[in-house]
Design a protein around this ligand. Structure first.
Ligand SMILES: [Zn+2]
Length: 382
């Protein structure tokens, strides 16, 4: 059976829903996308392995391998998409629609479409000439927990020399980004009648002290760190939401604050977590067992590809675009844990991702195919 044309590969991938969301009413399995990719890649001669993601029931990773052993190139991407605003799409998000020199569809650039490019390029490559392994990794749940990529990183069952993640970078190599942490701070006091505020332990008043300390941390980040590759050149701490108490005539017994922190490369997520814990340690001593700091979700580390990597050099030459930093997170910090230099490079612009009417501009088709072909040839044919 012949493989579908490029447009039909694209169309088939977009037509299979694979939304991931922390809201269970949206969340879907990605198995149908994984099975479709596995069958196409097997037809091209790849050995495919489908793995259930242990921490996410119904979610799967695919590792497809051409060749044996370690080394070579890994082309990676996620199979899930974000949910969509039905009323705001002018086309059906699951029907690939060509219009105005664009391909519209949910996942067209973020990033199921990338796999259509990879398979299209592989059709044109004589795989018998490959003498280093080529692997395709398709992951689950990038848009929520990154559980798929995290498990691949933990297992370390293979070690490529180089990895390219096909997220939409406008075909400019992205070689670093900040990490992302969402932390909760819960203050537990003791409630009572408002007529005598001293009779209880007011959680809002303790939270006031907490905020004061975190404001100092915010300032320290600004003064202590400077990475000129980022528009905001230091780690950030943002106060995102707060809730506490229920009634003006009660002493507030519980108050909760959610913050967002973004470490720059070179700072680990545990360093930032410890910084926050230490900043609050005096308050904890003064009000024992009343302060709790916890992860709202697993932290995503910052990431940087080694500056003098051949992969950066090649990607700059092949694309004609200089290396850049990004202000969003990807699976790169996890993929890099496999022991490979890793960059992010793919068609489409991030500004069109996570939006109604997500599209791939067709002007990307030719250069993207050429660059993928050059990367495979350079790293797998020696
Ligand atoms: Zn993405």
């Amino acid at each position: 059976m012949a493989l579908p044309t490029f447009l039909n590969l694209y169309k088939d991938l977009i037509s299979i829903p694979s939304i991931s969301s922390t809201d269970p009413s949206w969340d879907q399995s990605n198995l149908n996308v994984i099975n479709q990719l596995a069958s196409w890649l097997e037809e091209l001669g790849f050995k495919s392995e489908i793995q259930a993601v242990r921490s996410a029931p119904g979610k799967y990773n695919l590792i497809a391998t051409l060749g044996e052993g370690d080394g070579g190139l890994l082309l990676a991407g996620h199979t899930d998409t974000v949910p969509y605003d039905a009323g705001k799409w002018t086309t059906d998000p699951f029907t690939l629609t060509e219009k105005d020199n664009r391909l519209y569809g949910l996942g067209s650039i973020d990033m199921k479409g990338f796999f259509a490019f990879v398979i299209e390029v592989l059709k044109e490559i004589d795989i018998n000439k490959l003498n280093k392994p080529l692997r395709i990794l398709a992951t689950a749940d990038e848009e929520t927990t990154m559980a798929g990529a995290q498990e691949i990183a933990e297992q370390k069952t293979f070690r490529p020399d180089y990895a390219v993640i096909g997220e939409p970078t406008g075909m400019a190599p992205v070689t670093m980004h900040k990490g992302h942490m969402s932390e909760g701070i819960r203050i537990t006091g003791s409630s009572g009648h408002s007529s005598d505020p001293d009779k209880g332990l007011n959680a809002i008043e303790i939270m006031h002290l907490v905020i004061g300390e975190l404001k100092k941390v915010q300032q320290r980040f600004k003064e202590k760190y400077h990475n000129p590759h980022f528009d905001v050149p230091y780690p950030t701490l943002n106060f995102g939401s707060i809730s506490g108490g229920d009634s003006p005539n009660r002493i507030c017994g519980c108050c909760e604050l959610h913050i967002d922190m973004r470490p720059i490369p070179g700072i680990t997520t545990s360093e930032l977590f410890i910084t926050v814990k230490q900043a609050l340690s005096e308050i904890e001593k003064r009000y024992p067992k009343s302060v709790e700091v916890y992860h709202l979700h697993e932290p995503i580390p910052s990431y940087q590809c080694p500056e003098h990597s051949d992969l950066i050099n090649r990607a700059e030459i092949f694309t004609g675009n200089p290396a850049q930093s990004a202000n969003y997170c990807t699976e790169a910090p996890f993929i890099q844990q496999l022991g490979c230099d890793t960059i992010i490079l793919g068609p489409g612009h991030i500004t069109q991702a996570h939006q109604p009417n997500e599209y791939l501009d067709l002007s990307f088709v030719k250069p993207t195919k050429e660059v993928i072909k050059k990367l495979i040839t350079h790293y797998c044919v020696t």
